[in-house]
Design a protein around this ligand. Structure first.
Ligand SMILES: Cc1cc2nc3c(=O)[nH]c(=O)nc-3n(C[C@H](O)[C@H](O)[C@H](O)COP(=O)(O)OP(=O)(O)OC[C@H]3O[C@@H](n4cnc5c(N)ncnc54)[C@H](O)[C@@H]3O)c2cc1C
Length: 441
């Protein structure tokens, strides 16, 4: 049987696998990059890249934009509050820019860049079926015969159903959160061109952004208890969709331009072992509300290549990816829950963003992954929580609703458990491998 012996073997040529291969190649390593499903093009997955992700690509000499991105994009987000008040604009700080385009276009560009590097042997239609020590068994659908790859460094960049994670016996119990309906709108103008639009007040939050000159993506978060029917999407979201997009939305549903995917949470708790590291979704994943999966994965790749040891990599990413995971999980809860504590926290956040430009700056720094220091996140979180508690206390005391006050106080205390539960599962390893969201909230 044929044996291939590169310096590094990367399993999976998704966005993070390609970036990992490119980062190792840049340091002169010989890399074998293996991809099982090169033709999986219709998938609904990451389409928004924050500025730090583009900076990683720039360092690797990859540009996504020149020919394909001839529209305004990547300026930041505009939040449409659920109380009908004026939209709030959150721009990336210091003129930084992100980018949104079709997932397939990101992956194709990265795969082309990998194929062009002489240090990378990109083998497509090649599925890793077994990992024993530093040896991979690979089934090849194009070359016919199976072959073996032996490498001192193996990287599992094989996504949510990672065989690398399985081979290490790491348990994997993803928590279902909701469904995402990806709806494709054609020939519409967005109210705030260049921005991602976050719409609140529907049965779940919605995110809308441009992915092409004539194409706009709507990501509608559908709770698990709402049946996945097209008619439900119209009824559930039309009240929050800006009027200029409604006709295109109706048309897209009539033509079934909808792709469904399950949103799940699996905490980024394990990074592998010496000789077999995990990167990207193979380490864990969370709700795509904050659009940070690829940005975090690209940072995994850079840190892995720069780390002196596996332990060093693991420590860096344990701390470096806590804030993005925490922010995505907490913001999703804040945006979709309807109990009194969540409503009060939402209002407090709107107020903070409206009154304090430094909070907008801090939010976008945290959201984009540029700032990963825990105290920056906890500072904003505690401030929002304190403002919400104050307003609820004042209202309930003024109206003498003591029982309700006690009930909401307990609900507020629960909000503090979420960051702590994720911290515990991450820094004091949870033997079950992933925590339950219910433990946190
Ligand atoms: C609805 C939705 C919206 C999202 N939006 C955003 C967003 O806007 N921005 C953002 O940054 N992130 C977003 N994400 C998250 C983002 O899509 C993921 O974080 C990202 O795709 C992870 O990349 P990856 O390379 O780690 O894994 P994947 O993209 O899953 O790639 C893994 C690759 O490995 C291959 N593979 C698997 N097993 C094997 C095997 N045994 N042998 C060989 N190859 C194998 C697969 O075929 C695949 O090509 C979103 C996710 C969802 C679900």
């Amino acid at each position: 049987m044929k044996i291939v012996s590169p310096d590094v073997a990367v399993i999976g040529a998704g966005p993070v696998g390609c970036v990992t291969a490119l980062a190792f190649a840049r340091r002169g390593a010989k890399v074998t990059l293996l991809e099982a499903q090169p033709n999986n093009k219709k998938r609904l997955a990451g389409e928004w890249l924050h500025p730090p992700a583009l900076e990683v690509l720039e360092r690797l000499g990859v540009s996504l934009s020149p020919d394909t991105v001839n529209y305004d994009t990547g300026l930041g987000f505009v939040v449409f509050p659920d109380d009908g008040s004026k939209p709030i604009r959150l721009e990336y700080p210091s003129g930084a820019k992100g980018l949104s385009c079709e997932h397939n276009s990101i992956v194709s560009t990265l795969r082309e860049a990998a194929s062009d590097r002489k240090e990378i042997d990109f083998i497509s239609h090649a599925r890793v079926t077994r990992i024993q020590g530093q040896q991979l068994s690979v089934e090849s659908f194009q070359q016919g015969d199976p072959f073996t790859v032996v490498a001192d460094r193996i990287v599992g960049a094989d996504g949510r159903a990672s065989i690398a994670r399985k081979a290490m016996g790491i348990s994997h119990n993803p928590q279902p959160i909701s469904y995402m309906a990806g709806v494709l709108l054609e020939n519409v103008k967005l109210p705030f061109e260049g921005f991602g639009h976050v719409l609140l007040g529907g049965v779940g939050p919605a995110l809308i952004y441009r992915i092409g000159e004539n194409k706009v993506r709507m990501c509608l978060d559908v709770p698990l208890n709402v049946p996945k029917k097209l008619a439900n999407l119209w009824d559930a979201y039309r009240s929050i969709i800006p009027s200029e997009l409604l006709e295109a939305f109706r048309q897209a549903l009539a033509e079934n331009r909808v792709v469904w995917v399950a949103n799940q949470h699996s905490s980024r708790t394990y990074y592998g072992r010496p000789g077999l590291s995990l990167v990207g979704d193979a380490t864990g994943y969370f709700h795509p509300m904050t659009a940070t999966g690829m940005t975090v994965g690209f940072m995994d790749a850079e840190r892995l290549v720069e780390s002196h040891s596996f332990k060093d990599y693991q420590n860096q990413r344990n701390f470096g990816s806590y804030v993005p995971e925490m922010l995505a999980t907490t913001l999703y809860q804040v945006f979709c829950r309807d109990d009194e504590s969540a409503v009060a926290i939402r209002r407090a956040i709107y107020q903070m963003w409206r009154e304090d430009p430094t909070e907008c700056f801090r939010t976008m720094h945290l959201l984009s992954g540029a700032q990963t220091k825990i105290f920056h996140f906890t500072g904003s979180f505690i401030k929002g929580l304190a403002m919400a508690v104050k307003s609820v206390f004042e209202n309930n005391i003024a109206t003498g609703q003591w029982r309700n006050l006690l009930r909401v106080s307990l609900a507020f205390a629960q909000w503090l458990r979420l960051p702590m539960t994720i911290a515990v599962s991450r820094f004091w390893k949870n033997p079950r491998g992933s925590m339950s969201l219910k433990e946190g909230v």
